[in-house]
Design a protein around this ligand. Structure first.
Ligand code: 13P
Length: 272
């Protein structure tokens, strides 16, 4: 056996032990996609599928489909949430979804501050922080999205940008409330472009974010906040990305639309 064979065996053992032991969050953001019929057949495919006990599957569909999710996933381990919500219980807020309605339909998670909302709908950090607050107050787990654009990545300013987004997004959250927050790092330049951040870039950035969280909020809280990666994640790259340090799971757009792909990703992350 030569040196390369031994290295390969060692590497396979490391991959196996990471995939066997680590629990991953696999969250799907459907954005503005899917017909009613497509949603029904997706739910029929996943509702009784055995995803195992290790990973957590979360899907965020367009709002009208929450009704179907509630009905079809009642006895399933697949969880679901919303892609956005407004930080009020009810009132004159045309076109918005309240946390109260989301909760009534069984949503347990809410994606907050996605880069598409920040750039296309001018959402600012203040509004994002109010949304995070209302979620935590009402037992909906916010998935706070952060991420830099290509200019910020190229200029090297991305670290400052990411730490500002976290600090501002969590400004209304204190102490133990941080246990109920998930952060998703989604570099804008890797969303929907097919261009994934390399495992080395993901590891470097996640390690930076983890260090920031520990410094800012203390070791006990900072070390445990789940940190997802998002941006062109698919079955062909998810294993390499899962091996990057401080990756607790994934926020997946395009590849979350098909039940078979979600099942495949879960299988890969379960080392099946
Ligand atoms: P893609 O996986 O399609 O790149 O989308 C990522 C994303 O924006 C998830 O929120």
């Amino acid at each position: 056996m030569d040196k390369r064979d031994i290295e390969e065996i060692v590497r396979n053992e490391i991959v196996k032990s990471v995939l066997d032991s680590q629990e991953f969050i696999i969250a799907g953001n459907w954005k503005m996609n899917k017909s009613k019929q497509e949603v029904i057949s997706f739910l029929d495919d996943v509702a009784n599928h055995d995803f195992g006990d290790k990973n957590k599957i979360i899907i965020a569909p367009p709002n009208p489909y929450l009704y179907l999710f509630e009905e079809k996933l009642r006895y399933s381990k697949v969880l679901y949430g919303v892609q956005n919500l407004f930080p009020k219980e009810s009132g004159a807020f045309t076109g918005e979804l309240s946390y109260a309605v989301a909760k009534e339909f069984g949503a347990k998670y809410a994606i907050i501050g996605h880069s598409e909302r920040r750039t296309l709908f001018d959402e600012c950090d203040i509004l994002v922080s109010k949304k995070v607050r209302i979620c935590v107050q009402n037992q909906i787990i916010p998935i706070l999205c952060i991420g830099e654009n290509l200019d910020q990545r190229r200029s090297g300013d991305y670290r400052q940008h990411l730490s500002n987004q976290i600090r501002e997004g969590l400004i209304r959250i204190s102490g133990n409330e941080l246990q109920d927050v998930i952060i998703a790092y989604e570099p804008i330049w890797a969303i929907g472009t097919g261009e994934t951040a390399s495992p080395a870039q993901v590891e470097e950035t996640h390690m930076f974010i983890r260090e920031f969280l520990v410094n800012e909020y203390g070791n006990d809280l900072g070390k445990d906040i789940p940190l997802l990666y998002g941006g062109s994640v698919k079955p062909s790259n998810v294993k390499e990305l899962a091996l990057a340090q401080s990756v607790s799971g994934f926020l997946i757009g395009g590849a979350s639309l098909e039940a078979s792909t979600i099942i495949e990703i879960n299988d890969i992350l379960s080392n099946k």
